[in-house]
Design a protein around this ligand. Structure first.
Ligand SMILES: *Cc1c(COP(=O)(O)O)cnc(C)c1O
Length: 391
């Protein structure tokens, strides 16, 4: 079935829920057993009925089935946040003394989790530049390397990692953070990855009103071990949160396609603007991994990065003058969001004029006009600064 059909129907089983076409919110922490024998059978895993919401809930289960289907996985574990998904994978798959190889850049909080928290638990790490690809990953492997972790496209530079090339290196499990592209545009399990995770806070939910995460895999043993870790460490999802994300997923395809069409136009327009040094967007032939984007993604997505002439100060003026576009972190929502990594999320390892723009579903003419007037303010501020310097 096609992706729109899957997004709209996945996880929906009206016959299981009194015919309800929208999966009900099972707002209950615990579930009555019809008998002591049935209670025992559920705990033993011989019967599928619910026990207690931290261990599983029918609304959360419907969401897990939906995302597993979208990612072509065999199962999924929904988590309280995207970082809970990352944590569940690490806690399930790594032990004291192990080593992890990750590409860089990645989401800032994930990098911190690996460098600070995993180190405290006795797990060491090596970061290799995403742009150097599978060869760099291969050469960073050690005898105790138990996980390869990649994020593609990567936050905030939109660098890509060759998923097929990173899969199967030394038979080490490959984990892909697929938040930026989402299952509509990129399905890492089909390319050989072992685990896919998402911050569903972003495009899967798509309405900037929930934080949530998910882990998907094709090997039932991996799903089982991630679920056990998520339950043990208390990382699992609440039914109301699950219902909201499930509702967001119903329109995933339409939102992604509309936002992407807007992003392509905005990226092309920005590339020709005199105040823009460069634009990094997998949909532009100027992207240094354009061919890889075409190979492993069915579309370039809706997030782009660009370098503004004038550094930190120009970035501040742009941020302070957008009106339709909202100055906020996060991405993948119906509304366009703009942020300035150098002064906000990524204080190190980024260029001072780097701007990250998550293009939403507004009318593209309004977005272009908003950026044009804010860039005009940047131009005026620069002209004023230059004339002051000249005096
Ligand atoms: C937002 C994000 C996360 C973290 O997700 P939360 O839902 O904020 O916990 C992880 N990875 C990427 C790529 C993200 O964009």
């Amino acid at each position: 079935m096609g992706l729109h059909t899957k997004a709209i129907h996945a996880g929906l089983q009206p016959e299981k829920h009194h015919g309800a076409v929208s999966v009900p919110i099972y707002q209950s922490s615990t579930f009555a057993f019809p008998s002591a024998e049935e209670g025992a059978a559920r705990f033993a895993g011989d019967s599928e009925g619910p026990i207690y919401t931290r261990l599983g809930n029918p609304t959360v289960q419907a969401l897990e089935e939906a995302v597993a289907e979208l990612e072509n996985g065999r199962g999924a574990v929904a988590t309280a946040t995207g970082m809970a998904a990352v944590s569940a994978v690490f806690l399930a798959m790594l032990n004291q003394g192990d080593h992890i190889v990750s590409t860089a850049p990645i989401y800032g909080a994930t990098r911190k989790l690996i460098e600070d928290r995993l180190a405290r638990l006795g797990v060491s790490s090596t970061f290799v530049p995403a742009i150097e690809g599978p060869e760099a990953i291969r050469s960073a492997i050690r005898p105790r390397t138990r996980l390869i972790y990649i994020e593609t496209p990567a936050n905030p530079t939109l660098d890509l990692v060759d998923i097929e090339g990173a899969a199967g290196i030394g038979k080490i499990p490959l984990v892909v953070d697929n938040t930026f592209a989402g299952p509509h545009l990129q399905r890492p399990l089909d390319l050989g990855a072992d685990v896919v995770l998402h911050s569903m806070t972003k495009s899967l939910n798509g309405h900037s009103d929930v934080v949530a995460g998910v882990v998907v895999a094709s090997d039932p043993a991996i799903i089982r071990s991630v679920r056990e870790a998520a339950i043990a460490w208390g990382l699992t999802m609440d039914p109301h949160q699950a219902w909201l994300v499930l509702r967001g997923i119903r329109t995933l395809g339409m939102r992604v396609e509309r936002a992407q069409a807007n992003a392509i136009e905005i990226a092309q327009w920005l590339e020709g603007h005199p105040l823009i040094e460069w634009v990094s967007y997998p949909g532009l032939p100027s992207h240094r991994q354009y061919d890889l984007a075409k190979k492993q993604m069915s579309g370039p997505g809706s997030v782009l990065a660009f370098e503004l002439r004038g550094g930190i100060e120009a970035g501040r003026v742009l941020m302070n003058n957008v009106r339709v576009i909202t100055l906020a972190v996060s991405l993948g929502g119906v509304e366009s969001l703009i942020e300035h990594p150098a002064s906000m999320t990524h204080k190190e390892n980024v260029t001072p004029g780097l701007v990250r723009l998550s293009v939403g579903c507004e009318d593209v003419d309004d977005l272009r006009a908003d950026l044009a007037q804010a860039l005009e303010m940047v131009a005026q501020a620069r002209a004023k600064a230059a004339s002051l310097d000249g005096r």
